[in-house]
Design a protein around this ligand. Structure first.
Ligand code: ADP
Length: 227
C-alpha cells in the first residue's frame, strides 16, 4: 500500500534527513517507526502524507507515485490519511463534537451525515459521554482521543501518528496505543512514530528502526531495543 523506493530527503543546506530508504507497508499493517530525536521519523511520515516530497527516489501510495499527483489533487490523497500529532491541535473554543464535526463541515458533508457519524466515532474512541466538553475540560489523553476521532472521521485507509503520546502520562499513553491497536483491528493501517520504548513494546508489532536517516533494523514482531 505504501512503498518507499530508494528515498533520500535533503532539507536546506543539503542536510540529509533520510538516506536511501526502501520500505514496504502492506494494507492493514501496524508499523512502529522508532529512533532517537532527529533520526528522521517525522520526515518519513511527512513524505507519506505528501507534506514533503523526496529529493531522490519515490514514494508510492497504492502503486501511484506521489510525485505524479498534481497540487490540486493532493487534498484527495491526504483524505486517505488521518494524522495525529504530539500537540493535539484541537480548536480550543469548540467542543469535542464540534472539533470532529468541523473536519466534516470543511469538506461540505451534509448535516445528517455529521449528526450520525460524529457521535459514532466519538463512541469508538471512548468519548461518547464527553462530546459536549471543551478541550480545556478534558485530560491530555481525552484530548488526544478527540484528535484521533477527527483523524478517523473521513474513514482513512491509514492513520499516521507522530509521537501521539509525547505529552501524555504512561497510563494515558498506554490507552492511546490500545486505541491505535483497536483501530488497526478494524482494518486501518497504522504508522506510529515514537521514541518511547514502552509504547512501541506495548504495540508489539513490526518495528522499523531509524538512525541518522537510515533504516538499521526492521523486525516483524520487534521490540524497541535501543535504550
Ligand atoms: P525525528 O522525527 O526522528 O525527530 P525529523 O524527521 O524531525 O526527525 O528530523 C530529521 C532531521 O532533519 C533532523 O536533524 C532535523 O533537524 C532535520 N529537519 C527536519 N525538518 C526540517 C526542515 N523543515 N528543515 C531543515 N531541517 C529539518
Amino acid at each position: 500500500m505504501i512503498k518507499f523506493d530508494q528515498v533520500t530527503k535533503k532539507y536546506k543546506d543539503d542536510f540529509v534527513a533520510l538516506e536511501d530508504i526502501s520500505l514496504e507497508i502492506k494494507e492493514g499493517e501496524f508499523v512502529s517507526i522508532v529512533g532517537q530525536s532527529g533520526a528522521g521519523k517525522s520526515t518519513l511520515l511527512r513524505l507519506v502524507y505528501a507534506e514533503e516530497m523526496p529529493t531522490a527516489g519515490a514514494v508510492y501510495f497504492n502503486e501511484k507515485s506521489l510525485d505524479s499527483i498534481s497540487r490540486r489533487k493532493l487534498p484527495f490523497h491526504r483524505r486517505n490519511i488521518g494524522t495525529v500529532f504530539q500537540d493535539f491541535k484541537l480548536l480550543p473554543k469548540k467542543t469535542a463534537f464540534e472539533n470532529v464535526a468541523y473536519a466534516l463541515e470543511a469538506c461540505g458533508a451534509p448535516k445528517n451525515e455529521i449528526l450520525e457519524d460524529v457521535p459514532q466515532i466519538l463512541e469508538i474512541v471512548g468519548l461518547g459521554e464527553k462530546m459536549e466538553k471543551f478541550p480545556h475540560e478534558l485530560s491530555g489523553g481525552e484530548q488526544q482521543r478527540v484528535a484521533m476521532a477527527r483523524a478517523l472521521i473521513h474513514k482513512p485507509l491509514v492513520i499516521v501518528a507522530d509521537e501521539p503520546t509525547g505529552n501524555l502520562d504512561p497510563v494515558s499513553s498506554a490507552e492511546i496505543v490500545e486505541l491505535l491497536l483497536k483501530i488497526n483491528n478494524l482494518g486501518t493501517t497504522v504508522l506510529l512514530a515514537s521514541h518511547d520504548k514502552d509504547i512501541v513494546n506495548k504495540a508489539a508489532k513490526r518495528v522499523v528502526v531509524l538512525e541518522r536517516g537510515k533504516i538499521i533494523a526492521d523486525d516483524a514482531k520487534g521490540k524497541y531495543k535501543i535504550s
